[in-house]
Design a protein around this ligand. Sequence first.
Ligand code: DX5
Ligand code: ZN
Length: 219
Amino acid sequence: MVEVSVSILSMKNENAIQTLYNLETSGIDYFHIDVMDGKFVSADTTSKMLEYCEYLNSISNLPLDVHLMVKDIKNYINSFLVFEPNIITIHLEATNNKEELLDLINYIKENNVRVGISIKPNTKIEEIIDYLPLIHIALVMTVEPGKGGQELIPNTIQKIKYLNNYINKNNLEIDIEADGGINPENVAMLKDAGVNIIVAGSSITNSNNFKEIVTKLKA
Ligand code: DX5
Ligand code: ZN
């Protein structure tokens, strides 16, 4: 059974608290918090995501799955640690060298948070192979990071299959998370490829029956 992490990036702002409550009771497993700094990607969602995390801290017990699409990673980790997230995922492409990445991985773990590394569609799996034994989540972007509502990029499925084979062959304890353009029509391909956590944004938040979509994604 896959877990569903709902991206709240594209949800409508009006009565956000009611929407978050409706999402909470729709059967999701995580709230996926898409933090963008306007530098690693052109959009800046920092204040919106901080506001939503404030709401969630008061209305929800569901774990937070924080996806940092930012350059100044350590400062952003500190800004979101206050919400005691379950997962903090950072982008390989936003780090400058192996030492920095290892330091950030340790820093997140020292704060009792599961650590993930995310890679963009054009980044090869080989580039994160060395870090897999050290992390909890490998987040494979199935769209270019930066906005919601995009189409899933088909050749990212092959990357997920390759990653899943490597994980199984090496008996690694790591979850594969896929993020971007996922809906009930394409989710089966991702499950077959070995995904453990599905991120879905607009396919859930654009629907008028959250529970129905989440149930289909998990079926
Ligand atoms: C894109 C984000 C994704 C996105 C998912 O940069 O990381 O989480 O919001 O939204 P959909 O499901 O609409 O592609
Ligand atoms: Zn995301």
